[in-house]
Design a protein around this ligand. Structure first.
Ligand code: NAP
Ligand code: G4F
Length: 360
């Protein structure tokens, strides 16, 4: 039996790790590109590498989206059936400080990959998935954003992803390449990077509960996002490449919540009552009720969430919510995990992680 071969860039990231698990379960041979770093960057995939079931099915290679030689060499050697381009400088806030680097990796990186496929003579064989983003909508032009909504990127990250979106379409149209964009709205998980807001909240509150930190500092509490679960969404990335033709799909839960709501739901899950006071940069949440036996290190009236201007961006995307009708209709998909299940999984994992690290 001939197994399909997939190549994943960004395999060490949140989505790359879930997609690798998903494809291995589907009997793919999975190759991943990891970049050279001065410390270990494979913690999200070590469990796969160490799993004997996946001996000779899971391979990691050094490479970098900015090193086109590495990409051409790998693609010509592996001859993948599918490539998932997840690699990126993916932090919107950081992209304002690293605009040039972000643009290189996210824009030219995607082009390097597409052109490597073309140069290897695989334009008609290898399907290409581009990790596009709801950040493309930025200053929204429609209440719910679909594949037809006009883009208005508001950060170096979003503009770099706009290039990647269009260059993927361009290679599709110019060389008949199967190149598709998944326009994914925010998706989170216990594997989310620690500086993205949801993970920052679940990890931050866990550390406070265990006495390792005293306060959680956040930026814009009023920003609205459509949050799904990464494990749910990688199945969609795969479905996008199984569709009968290359196309672009919005993937979203179609539900929207504020950062403040996310914080409140985490406290609710922990069974700690808080009260918000103040406005603007002076807004804060204080603890008004909790079980001292359960949380011996907390104190009543303790200011547990404060606002810091450091976490505001020069240009904010205030309001995102997707319209995923096309994906539901053509790919027969709907999200399985709601925000409360997501919060439960993230809080439970971070509480356990913090408890264990506190024992060391
Ligand atoms: P992530 O956790 O930040 O992972 C990014 C991955 O890219 C990491 O494996 C990182 O390697 C790798 N990478 C960065 N620069 C690279 C380079 N120059 N060459 C090769 N690899 C490089 O991101 P994610 O949340 O999994 O998201 C996956 C993709 O979807 C990204 O392209 C992101 O922009 C896009 N996206 C994400 C969301 C979301 O809500 N998560 C929504 C829409 C679109 P290291 O581990 O070494 O840092
Ligand atoms: O968690 P975030 O940093 O995610 P953001 O900016 O929406 O970007 C993520 O989703 C995109 C899809 O729409 C991806 F393309 C992108 O790669 C990334 O995965 O911030 C969410 C919201 C923002 O409005 C931010 O201003 O939370 C607000 N926020 C408030 N306080 C904060 C904080 N964000 C961060 N990171 N840290 C804070 O302290």
């Amino acid at each position: 039996m001939k197994f399909k071969k997939a190549l994943i860039t960004g395999i060490t990231g949140q989505d790359g790790s879930y997609l690798a698990e998903f494809l291995l379960k589907k009997k793919y041979i999975v190759h991943g590109i990891k970049r050279k770093s001065s410390s270990f960057n494979t913690s999200r995939i070590d469990h796969i590498y160490e799993n004997k079931t996946y001996n000779n099915k899971f391979f990691l290679h050094y490479g970098d989206l900015l090193d086109s030689n590495s990409l051409t060499n790998l693609i010509s050697k592996i001859q993948p059936d599918e490539i998932y381009n997840f690699a990126a400088q993916s932090h919107v806030g950081v992209s304002f400080q690293l605009p040039n680097y972000t643009s290189q990796v996210n824009s030219i990186g995607a082009l390097n990959l597409l052109h490597a496929i073309y140069d290897c003579g695989l334009a008609k064989k290898t399907k290409f998935y581009q990790a596009s983003t709801s950040e493309l909508y930025g200053e929204i032009q429609e209440t719910k954003q679909s594949e037809k909504t006009k883009f208005y990127p508001k950060s170096p990250y979003a503009t770099s992803k706009l290039f990647a979106y269009w260059i993927s379409k361009n290679y599709r149209e110019s060389y008949e390449m199967f190149a598709s964009n998944g326009i994914l709205f925010n998706h989170e998980s216990p594997r989310r990077g620690e500086t993205f807001v949801t993970r920052k909240i679940t990890l931050g509150l866990s550390k406070i509960v265990y006495g390792l930190e005293k306060c959680l500092y956040l930026g814009n509490l009023y920003s609205l996002r459509d949050w799904g679960h990464a494990r749910d969404y990688v199945e969609m990335c795969w479905k996008v490449l199984q569709y009968k033709k290359p196309d672009d799909f919005v993937i979203a839960t179609e539900k929207q919540y504020s950062v403040k709501f996310f914080v409140e739901q985490c406290f609710k899950y922990l069974d700690i009552k808080i009260k918000w006071q103040g406005k603007g940069l002076k807004e804060y949440a204080k603890i008004v009720h909790f079980d001292i036996k359960k949380y011996p290190l907390l104190k009543k009236n303790m200011k547990i969430v404060k606002i810091s201007k450091n976490y505001f961006r020069p240009n904010e995307v205030n309001n995102l919510i997707g319209n995923a009708n096309k994906a539901k209709r053509l790919l027969k998909w709907k999200p399985k995990i709601n925000i409360h299940q997501l919060i439960k999984e993230m809080m439970d994992t971070d509480l356990e992680l913090t408890r264990k690290s506190n024992l060391k």
